[in-house]
Every structure is written in structure tokens, then in C-alpha cells.
Design a protein around this ligand. Sequence first.
Ligand SMILES: Nc1ncnc2c1ncn2[C@@H]1O[C@H](COP(=O)(O)OP(=O)(O)O)[C@@H](O)[C@H]1O
Ligand SMILES: [Mg+2]
Length: 146
Amino acid sequence: MRNEMQIQFSALSQNESFARVTVAAFIAQLDPTMDELTEIKTVVSEAVTNSIIHGYNGNPAGLVYISVAIEDGFVEIIIRDEGVGISDIEEARQPLFTTKPELERSGMGFTIMENFMDEIEVESQPSLGTIIRLKKHLAIKKALCN
Ligand SMILES: Nc1ncnc2c1ncn2[C@@H]1O[C@H](COP(=O)(O)OP(=O)(O)O)[C@@H](O)[C@H]1O
Ligand SMILES: [Mg+2]
């Protein structure tokens, strides 16, 4: 059975932990491994941080939207903002690429999302915003199958 949830919150850095903990709590019903849960929390943090610092340039009037769907060991997370958008998505996804070097950002956010999830889709338009779709199949627990 498919099970979905949505949240939206102000683009404030103190909401990053709210977002990662909330998504993790929802996904906990699928009985993920500790590694899977850590990976999903890290990925949510990276995408939400990007919406806050890049999408909205730290303007707390912006809203970040997250929706999560789970079904039979499968997780889909969509993180969306209505911020400045990305003009060159391919360039933005390159390891170490960042438009904010002064913040000592690592430029590894997209690379981390790619490595920790099975699928990532980035849709973005300058001045309209950015949508990140992330998918992951969780490991099947042998003990539960017997
Ligand atoms: N939600 C977003 N809105 C606008 N630009 C973004 C967004 N997410 C990512 N970007 C752009 O993609 C670049 C790379 O992102 P990322 O790999 O997370 O590295 P970093 O956040 O360290 O710069 C950012 O520097 C920024 O230019
Ligand atoms: Mg980032």
C-alpha cells in the first residue's frame, strides 16, 4: 500500500534538523537499516540546505516543500523550492562545483545525493525554483521474509 506525507516550512537553517528528523520518522515504518536511515537523513539535509542557502539566499520568507511516498520497501522523496533556480543543472551537479565558495561549501551536495540514493532527478528553471526527486529501494530484510 502506498503511504504519503507532505510538509512545508520556512527557509530557516534551524528547520534543517526538523526536516531530516520528520522524514526519518515517517520512513521508520519501513524498518530501514541504520545505514539507510543515515543516508536518507543526510540527503534530506543536503537538499534542504540547498533550497535555503542557494534557492532563497537565506530569505526566511521562502518556503521549502517536501513530500515523501513509501511503498513496499521503496522510498520517494521530493524536495522543492520556489527560489532562484539553477541555470546550468549539469554544471551544478559536477563534484566540487559551487556558486558560493565564500561560504566554504564543499560543492558535494549533489554528489552525496547521487551516491546515497538509487535515482535522482533535478528539474529547475531560473527564477521559478527547483525540484529534486530522489528514489531509493531499501534492502530486503531476510528475517522478515521467512
Ligand atoms: N535549490 C537550489 N536552488 C538554486 N541553486 C541550487 C540549488 N541547489 C543547488 N544549487 C546550485 O548547485 C550548486 C551545487 O550544489 P551542491 O552540490 O549542493 O554544492 P554546494 O551547496 O556546496 O554549493 C550550488 O552551489 C548552487 O549553485
Ligand atoms: Mg549543497
